[in-house]
Design a protein around this ligand. Structure first.
Ligand SMILES: *[C@@H]1O[C@H](CO)[C@@H](O)[C@H](O)[C@H]1NC(C)=O
Ligand SMILES: *[C@@H]1O[C@H](CO)[C@@H](O)[C@H](O)[C@H]1NC(C)=O
Length: 289
């Protein structure tokens, strides 16, 4: 029989192991890798991505790792260096990745873009210091579709995802395990109608065990947004932000200024608020801004 003392030691050992296990194998490698455009071979094809380490990168700090997938006919160079506005918010506390799709898209034929993602994860976590409990993905449009595919297929690798104006265009391999999910969509989206984004959301409402709830949406063109927070299993929240606009990566309410300095101060842009939430997800599951 275990005494309480031994049990406590056992629990302590397990939690220490877990704490250590969240640091990737690249921790401690002083010249493991560097920022820049990288290439790798995936299923015989050359694939590229941009890797951005924080300024003053410290090889013994476990950093957040954030993937930003580009839109249809976009490129990795459109996502870097801003990474959908996240890099400013992260203030050099995260590693960013902008992968490049084949034919500037994410058809994910035969799962090849998923394999590409797995290989990037393997390289980056083996050569840079990553907190493996804080790996995130986001993307707009086709990049949102690829992010959705990762939510379906790698829910135990990614901590949370943010899908902006997405649809199921890159598949949903698996799709049976919960993961924290943020969906953002415009009510008058003329490219991927909002019903498609609701469909993605609804899959995770079900998987995450969320109570059903009315999620109101603003009138088209009203210059507003409405955020709904669902009541889900602890640790598996779902948010839905419906904005009044079209197919855009960075929706703003009427009157919101776009100047960089203003933006940093007011933090009113809905993307900023919710990306901030995603970045801080594992810091405190019960607090999201
Ligand atoms: C690097 O990170 C470790 C762990 O977070 C910290 O103890 C150390 O002081 C950091 N080194 C520098 C030079 O900031
Ligand atoms: C999480 O946030 C809540 C609300 O701010 C706070 O009361 C609580 O102490 C936090 N928990 C942790 C573990 O930081």
């Amino acid at each position: 029989m275990l005494s309480f003392g031994k049990l406590a030691l056992l629990l302590l050992a397990v939690s220490l192991q877990e704490a250590a296990a969240s640091l990737s194998s690249g921790c401690g490698k002083v010249s493991g890798t560097s920022s820049g455009t990288k290439s790798m071979t995936v299923n015989g094809k050359t694939r590229q991505y941009i890797l951005q380490l924080p300024a003053n990168y410290n090889a013994t700090t476990g950093y957040k790792l954030i993937f930003g997938y580009h839109w249809r006919d976009g490129t990795m160079n459109n996502v870097a260096p801003g990474y959908y506005g996240l890099r400013d918010l992260a203030r050099e506390t995260a590693i960013f990745v902008a992968p490049q799709g084949l034919n500037n898209g994410w058809a994910n034929n035969g799962g090849e873009d998923l394999t590409f993602t797995d290989q990037m994860l393997d390289y980056i976590t083996s050569n840079a210091c990553v907190d493996k409990d804080q790996i995130f993905s986001t993307g707009w449009s086709y990049g949102g579709a690829m992010t959705f595919e990762l939510a379906c297929s790698r829910p135990n690798v990614f901590k949370a995802v943010a899908v902006i104006a997405g649809a199921q265009l890159s598949g949903c391999d698996g799709g049976t395990t919960p993961i924290p999910y943020l969906g953002i969509h415009g009510v008058v989206d003329s490219v991927l109608p909002i019903s498609l984004g609701r469909g993605l959301r609804d899959r995770f409402l079900q998987l995450n065990g969320c109570a059903s709830k009315n999620a109101p949406e603003p009138a088209g063109g009203s210059g507003t947004h409405i955020k709904s927070t669902y009541d889900c299993r602890p640790g598996y929240p779902v948010w839905w932000i419906a904005h009044s606009g079209d197919h855009v990566p960075d929706p703003k309410d009427a009157g919101q200024r776009v100047e960089r300095a203003e933006r940093q101060q007011q933090q009113q842009r809905i993307n900023d608020i919710d990306y901030h939430n995603l970045l801080h997800h594992s810091d405190n599951n019960s607090r999201w801004w």
